[in-house]
Design a protein around this ligand. Structure first.
Ligand code: SAH
Length: 473
């Protein structure tokens, strides 16, 4: 993997030039980077070897190269087991050639001091915006084709991203996710390095990032200070970056407390914390409130986040959470403090059960909610679930939320992956609508479809929802 960085000081050598660049030859890049232009410097990193050298040095133009040789066999030894993937995947993969996350880590390692903006010998130059260009012959860019422009353009770069065919002889194999990327702009070196450090992994967006752990998440805060907050793609960048640490998923799914508090500790700032799941739960609670129901059933209640919100609704006299996971129910009981609050025992009940089986305990409710649950069942269980909820239990109102698979294209892996390892499927808007319309028609419900959370102009909302109200309610 190769990255070159070129500094151009066109006036440096012109006699009598009046530009402030006059006395500052481009070869001073060596002072800014703390790397001598005449020396080849090699560093051993945990995933390979990084070399820094200067392919061209002149007063007008100086180029530094960072060459990263990833050791895929060494990597396979340090990879975590049980992550799925093809059997030979640890050995045969594109990481040695294209991974932006490794390159970012190598960049930070090689140019750490420059990234802080300090230069012992040329501080004034380090503080100055200079004419830089960056060349990456091959880098992974997963997701929408215009992503490189969307990420670097707003920061003031001219961006040229050319998709690379997998094999020029076989155009039908397609081109993405690799691009040849050229960036140029007038900026301080420290800003340029910070942009690359944060955005290369965002552009890459691969699933396996052994070296982007919680500590790296913290670094996002440090290296994005001053530019990320006003970046039009701030949410996308944050989401993709945090995804490296696999934290976004856990947050979105509202999984265990330990996981979400882990996120709270490691997320760089409150403004960066993904609020999707909380917003979704709030929306569902509002719908429940609007229904006026006094008996509420939360199907697939998990660890009881929604139950907690619903408890605040005075209108609810009976609140029942049901889940197939006994462990989740134990956690829910603990979170709701059911033992210490005997007054709740009359109002709240937790049931162990499965939506794949008919269950007479589920009858007689005003509202049933299924928040991010259906996608956890096998596709062949959706028919029985629909029958058990709409046909047998027959709550007056049913509220269902589920991911919109189309929106995944915005995510790091360009929609090749589902949002959580336990998801058995994720539906497009059309698939969800088809299921919902059939369920409404068959069982006599009126249906309204909704989109929740961030909405992409082409791919639609991040979360899709349906509210069913029984006709003869
Ligand atoms: N509704 C919760 C949890 C969503 S995670 C929330 O929004 O926070 C999905 C939940 O569905 C998990 O708790 C899982 O145990 C549960 N689940 C999966 N299959 C199920 C089934 N067949 N019957 C009931 N619950 C199920």
């Amino acid at each position: 993997m190769l990255l070159t960085l070129t500094l151009t000081q066109p006036n440096a050598a012109q006699p009598g030039a009046t530009s402030p660049d006059r006395f500052q030859p481009a070869s001073d890049l060596g002072f800014l980077l703390h790397k001598h232009p005449e020396r080849l410097q090699t560093q051993t990193l945990s995933f390979g070897t990084a070399s820094v050298f200067y392919p061209q040095v002149s007063a007008q133009q100086t180029t530094v190269a960072l060459l990263l040789e990833v050791d895929p066999v060494g990597l396979s030894r340090t990879s975590r087991p049980g992550e799925g993937g093809a059997p030979l995947e640890p050995y045969v993969n594109d990481r040695p050639y294209a991974s932006g996350s490794f390159l970012a880590v190598a960049l930070r390692d090689a140019f750490g001091t420059a990234l802080t903006g300090r230069s012992k010998a040329r501080q004034a130059l380090a503080d100055q915006a200079l004419a830089f260009s960056v060349y990456l012959p091959c880098i992974t860019a997963r997701g929408p084709e215009d992503l490189p422009e969307r990420l670097f353009g707003p920061l003031g770069y001219a961006v040229q991203a050319t998709p690379i065919a997998l094999d020029p002889l076989y155009p039908e194999w397609g081109e993405r996710p690799y691009v040849e990327l050229k960036l140029s702009g007038q900026m301080r070196l420290r800003d340029l390095l910070a942009h690359l450090y944060v955005l290369l992994p965002v552009l890459d967006g691969g699933k396996r990032h052994y070296y982007l752990n919680d500590a790296e998440v913290d670094k996002l805060a440090r290296h994005s200070a001053g530019w990320l907050d006003t970046h039009p793609e701030r949410d996308l960048i944050t989401r993709r970056y945090l995804r490296f640490a696999a934290l976004v998923r856990q947050a979105e799914e509202g999984f265990s407390q330990s996981n979400s508090s882990e996120l709270e500790q490691t997320a760089p700032s409150a403004s960066l914390r993904p609020r999707l799941h909380d917003e979704r739960l709030r929306w569902v609670a509002d719908q429940v409130a609007a229904s006026g129901a006094a008996q509420v059933l939360d199907l697939g209640c998990g660890e009881g986040k929604l139950l907690r919100l619903l408890l605040e609704l005075g209108q609810i006299r009976q609140l029942v959470g049901m889940d197939v996971s006994a462990r989740a129910l134990e956690i829910a009981a603990r979170r709701l403090n059911l033992r210490e609050r005997p007054e709740l025992a009359a109002r709240v009940q937790l049931l162990h059960g499965s939506l794949s089986y008919p269950d007479s305990r589920l009858k007689g409710f005003g509202v049933a909610t299924l928040v991010e649950v259906i996608e956890h069942l096998e596709p062949h269980q959706i028919g029985p679930l629909t029958q058990h909820v709409f046909g047998d239990a027959q709550p007056r109102t049913v509220i269902v939320t589920t991911p919109n698979r189309e929106y995944n294209a915005v995510f790091a892996d360009g929609g090749q992956d589902m949002r959580h390892p336990d998801h058995r499927f994720e539906w497009t808007r059309a698939e969800f609508a088809a299921w919902a319309e059939a369920a409404a028609q068959t069982h006599g419900y009126a249906l309204t479809l909704h989109g929740l959370g961030d909405t992409h102009p082409d791919y639609g909302p991040i979360t899709q929802a349906a509210v069913f109200v029984r006709h003869n309610g």
